[in-house]
Design a protein around this ligand. Structure first.
Ligand SMILES: Nc1ncnc2c1ncn2[C@@H]1O[C@H](COP(=O)(O)OP(=O)(O)O)[C@@H](O)[C@H]1O
Ligand SMILES: [Mg+2]
Length: 696
């Protein structure tokens, strides 16, 4: 019901509603002008007798914020227990409407930050944090000039929520900095983070973290890697990625310290000054990642304030100790309390009775919405990058562990050699041992022989295609591509029996297919293959070099195989490649390869990413810029890299460590934590050869 009057202001119509408040178009008879009257819920007064006092004190602080980029507050008061603010009526709509109408150019986005940034910096210099920076709080006047509105209002509301719950956090999950979502004390850098999200949204039309519930969104801010903005909008200048990464850094110490600093970075991007870019910013074309999801119709809670008991987020985040300090927080143990609004919508984050009490409470007016179903916010096994388990070789045996390094288990116990680990399905891990193909069930540890080739001179690769229908086998340094049938394969023991299958490729002397191929990989669509082989160096005919060819094998006969690319020789110089060894290779199945060179310990060296569609190589040193790496693997979604590292600086004492890190954060100065395998690898020359198990 719309009031006729609030204080001396005549109410004409409703302008809009947010999470906490209703805003009316009013008329001020004293100054004969239209104003916007923002009415806060009367519960604020009832729940806390101190509120009126604090309200007036805070209101004075807000009113003291005079800046040409802040919507001026004309008056505050409490009429009939109804706290209200009176501010300038902004006729040009909000930034959220502008974004809905179409994405903004980098220039337009920069102009908005140019205008509102100084207001933010000014407030921060007075110790005032906005806490709810979002597109609907950037309002335009009739000339299209943007202003920040609602300064300090979130804090007022929070004071109340905090009083009742002892642990409430208020803000809008889609724009909430990790420290804010975790209930830590915040400073101006939380607003900078939100400004980073707004920038992302302005130039891509979508938010970096989207999920079905406010809780899930808040958790993504805490735990998910920063999405690559160039995937969301490949037309952006590459430098935008660096700006977003710095604005949205999980650790506020890594963020821009002011909007001015952020603005300077944007100016540099527009000038095309890319000298400070991290080395790996190539747009990727991986399918099925979060940020490639079509924009989902945003549910109304996006625009709402949400109260999240700290303990809920902390408990969930506690499971993810893997990355950059998420787990730096001591566990919060106090019980979550209920919050002041009615009709709480409760989502269960884990099916335990204890955690089922954690509540996400939405404002009363939305409580008629059906509560979201219990969601998969947290699944039983942690999963990152689309993978939940890692199998690897250590001390001659195969081990398996969860993606975060927990639940380590030894699978085999025979001391035999183990190579070319590959997951065939949910539980079957294939590997080569000498001239035998074996498989082991990662859940039961049951091991068996698929087949063996006792008379062959060598068996180097056995790779089943992604669709499971073909297998590529390197036997006697010859490559065969034949149909794959698990049972049928048990009866195949020699070349003639392979040739008896309905082959796609059979080797012919003198063709590329007769090269000694040591690793063979399939593209995601199984139409292309990549072979790592030793052959004449493309740059120096007197040298033999390990190299990679990408081939179109759809024609199926060696003579007609189309070579699409070959690297590295002619494409880019590679450090640590003097001996022309390429100990290991992996392919994301699309445009990116990762490989390492050989500088020490039988195959540990520099790490390279190569984009074969752009013919560009990137030298990456994820750990302190140091050498040496081996056996890198792409995650199933292509957004993470798993690799082994030995720190050359520690000499022969260097332990073998495994890391699983967001690819997009490599080269940004982020410090990574290894998986918790202390002094686990006994032989520094051993290759861990990990394989990632895709989450169901
Ligand atoms: N000063 C103003 N002038 C004109 N419209 C306003 C003003 N302040 C708020 N509004 C409108 O009222 C809506 C609700 O505002 P608010 O309660 O602050 O919620 P939110 O900022 O979460 O959208 C805004 O989205 C905006 O469209
Ligand atoms: Mg607002």
């Amino acid at each position: 019901m719309q009031p006729e009057k609030i204080g001396r202001y005549e109410i004409k119509s409703e302008l809009g509603r947010g999470g906490m408040a209703t805003v009316y178009l009013g008329y001020d008879p004293r100054f004969e002008r239209e104003v916007a009257v923002k009415v806060l819920p009367p519960e604020l007064l009832h729940a806390d007798p101190q509120f009126r006092l604090r309200f007036e004190r805070e209101a004075k602080i807000i009113a003291s914020l005079e800046h040409h980029s802040i919507v001026p507050v004309y008056d505050v008061g409490a009429d009939d227990d109804q706290p209200y603010f009176v501010m300038r009526y902004m006729t040009g709509g909000s930034l959220s409407e502008r974004i809905k109408a179409g994405i903004l150019s980098v220039e337009e986005a920069t102009r908005i930050i140019e205008r509102v940034g100084p207001g933010l910096d000014e407030a921060h210099s007075k110790g005032i944090v906005h806490r709810d920076i979002k597109p609907s709080n950037i309002l335009f006047d009739s000339k299209g000039t943007p202003y920040i509105s609602d300064f300090g209002i979130a804090k007022l509301s929070q004071a109340q929520a905090g009083n009742v719950t002892g642990s409430g956090i208020i803000g809008t999950p889609a724009y909430m900095a990790p420290e804010q979502a975790q209930g830590d004390s915040i400073d101006g850098r939380a607003d900078i983070y939100a400004l980073g999200i707004i920038l992302f949204e302005m130039v891509t039309g979508r938010q970096p973290y989207e999920a079905d519930t406010p809780m899930a969104v808040a958790i993504k801010h805490i735990t998910d890697p920063i999405p690559l903005i160039l995937i969301a909008n490949p037309k952006l200048p590459p430098g935008m990625d660096m700006v977003i990464r710095k604005a949205m850094a999980k650790d506020r110490d890594d963020r821009f310290s002011s909007s001015k600093e952020m603005l300077d970075a944007l100016y540099a991007v527009m000038r095309g000054d890319t000298t400070k870019l991290p080395p790996v910013v190539a747009p990727k074309t991986i399918q099925g990642t979060l940020i490639q999801k079509p924009v989902v119709a945003k549910k109304s809670f996006n625009a709402m304030a949400v109260v999240i008991p700290v303990v809920a987020v902390a408990a969930i985040a506690g499971g993810f100790f893997l990355f950059n300090g998420i787990n730096n927080r001591p566990p919060v143990t106090e019980a979550p309390a209920s919050t002041f609004t009615s009709a709480p919508i409760t989502e269960t984050s884990e099916p335990t009775a204890e955690e089922a009490t954690q509540a996400v409470t939405l404002p009363a007016e939305t409580a008629t919405e059906a509560p979201p179903a219990a969601t998969e916010t947290v699944v039983s096994l942690p999963s990152f990058g689309g993978a939940d388990r890692i199998a690897f070789v250590a001390n001659n045996e195969i081990w398996v562990m969860n993606i975060d390094g927990s639940d380590l288990e030894q699978l085999t116990n025979d001391g035999g050699t183990k190579n070319d680990l590959q997951f065939l399905d949910d539980e079957t891990l294939l590997f080569i041992s000498g001239k035998t193909i074996k498989y082991v069930n990662i859940n039961t540890g049951a091991e068996d022989i698929l087949t063996s080739f006792p008379t062959a001179s060598s068996l180097n690769a056995f790779r089943v295609s992604h669709d499971g229908k073909q297998v590529m086998i390197t036997l006697n340094n010859e490559v065969f591509v034949v149909p794959f049938d698990f049972e049928q394969m048990k009866d195949v023991h020699k070349k003639s029996e392979l040739l008896a299958l309905e082959f796609c490729i059979q080797p012919e002397g003198g063709t590329r297919a007769a090269s000694p191929v040591r690793e063979a990989l399939w593209s995601a669509d199984d139409k292309l293959v990549a072979w790592l082989f030793r052959g004449v160096d493309a740059g120096n005919a007197s040298l033999q070099a390990e190299q990679v060819s990408i081939l179109d094998i759809t024609a199926c006969t060696p003579a007609a195989i189309d070579q699409l690319d070959n690297f590295p020789a002619l494409r880019f110089p590679v450090e640590g490649y003097q001996n022309r060894n390429m100990p290991d290779l992996d392919w994301d199945g699309n445009d990116l390869f990762v490989f390492n060179t050989d500088r020490r310990n039988n195959g540990w060296g520099e790490l390279y990413v190569y984009d074969w569609t752009l013919h560009k190589g990137y030298h990456i040193n994820p750990i302190d810029g140091a050498c040496c790496y081996r056996d890198a693997r792409w995650s199933p979604d292509g957004l993470y890299l798993l690799f082994a590292f030995q720190d050359l600086r520690l000499g022969s004492e260097a332990p073998t460590l495994l890391y699983y890190v967001p690819y997009g954060e490599i080269g940004t100065g982020t410090g990574f934590t290894p998986l918790p395998l202390d002094n686990f690898f006994k032989n520094p020359k051993e290759a861990p050869q990990p394989a990632l198990h895709a989450s169901p």
